[in-house]
Design a protein around this ligand. Sequence first.
Ligand code: HAM
Length: 419
Amino acid sequence: MINIPKGTKDMLPAEAHLWQYVEDVAKITAEGYGFREIRTPVFERTELFARGVGDTTDIVNKEMYTFLDKGNRSITLRPEGTAGVARAFLENGLQSGALPFKAYYLISAYRYERPQAGRLREFHQFGAELYGAADPSADAEAISLASSLLQNLGLEHVELRINSIGCPACRARYQTALREFFLPHIDKMCEDCKVRVQKNPMRMLDCKEEGCKQFTLHAPKIVDYLCDDCRNHYERTKALLTAAKVKFTEDPFIVRGLDYYTRTVFEFVSDAAGAQGTVLGGGRYDGLLEQLGGSHTPAVGFAAGIERLLLAMQAEGVEFPAPTGTDCYLAGMDDVSREKAFLLAEELRRAGLCCETDLMGRSLKAQFKYADKIGARFVAVIGENELQEGVVQLKNMRTSSSVRVKFEELAQAVLGEEE
Ligand code: HAM
């Protein structure tokens, strides 16, 4: 037998309704804020992520699924959704359409990471992006959408953490301060940090190595280096969130794992999502569209990991709606009645009911057993007598009571009894 690749998972029919529920809630919530769906390719030219996500990130340096296609082009399976949406926005000239542009997506994404609970190599994201609005109200709206999504999913134990990482100007001053702070300790830090201290010392704040963490705790904080415009933007964003009753805590060490962010960054953290606490992350990224060849376009967005949302929901004991099961199983006692059952099932489906009938040539007893297994609410039995009289024996599987119902009234009877 050939096994599934490491870090991937099958989503089996028995759990499909859980995924569909999360996806439906996400879509409805985003549409309530005026976001519309966008779909972009699973793979893009490698350059898009190298330029977009950034070449000092772990994602680009270590985790991308990159290969040469048969035309010798370097192709990468998307490690996230933002860069693809930005490319699509520019390539399709959407900047000349209605702004702000608001789009959401449900995607699979690929990162070559060390798999563990809540961390996969193929995972799924719900994301939302908003382009064209520089105002802090756009940051607040994106965060409010993220917060409503988690609330609508029934998650109560998630904490919103926010920070501002400034613009390139204030960040340059901060990077210098960080470099000065870390350099005296650099010999005791990991190999990656020795590179990061020169290339992008902010990445050191995100280092997972225990040996490095002890230094990062005492590092200078970006909030002390923000320029007036960035500080005002941050203050206004927080004021709007407070007014909208979106609870948050400030975390000066959120830097995010991708290079494109400017100003506001945020994460929603659940202690219930296994080893991986962050269920949703995002922020403002005013430089990305320009960096990809477009005109200056302010942008803000976020993405949530569907697997992590499900883990958090299960850990919090959120009740999922029951899967919609089979309304009526049509059982035939012999070949002629089986054919009638087949045709009646077709009719009932046209009336909007979910129906099944025997495809296995089973005995009546075995058909009942199957109907029970799939949780059919009704079983309609047809035998020689029923065929002659044009009726079925309709058994309510919950109460075990049976009634005789005419063929032409069966759909109505099942619908009526269900209400
Ligand atoms: P990210 O923080 O890299 O941001 O990922 C967002 C979310 O995707 C994480 O909070 C997590 O729930 C989930 N996730 C990430 N990696 C994995 C993994 N290996 N296994 C399972 N779940 C994972 C982004 O991707 C940005 N594009 C978000 C964004 C959109 N920023 C602005 N717009």
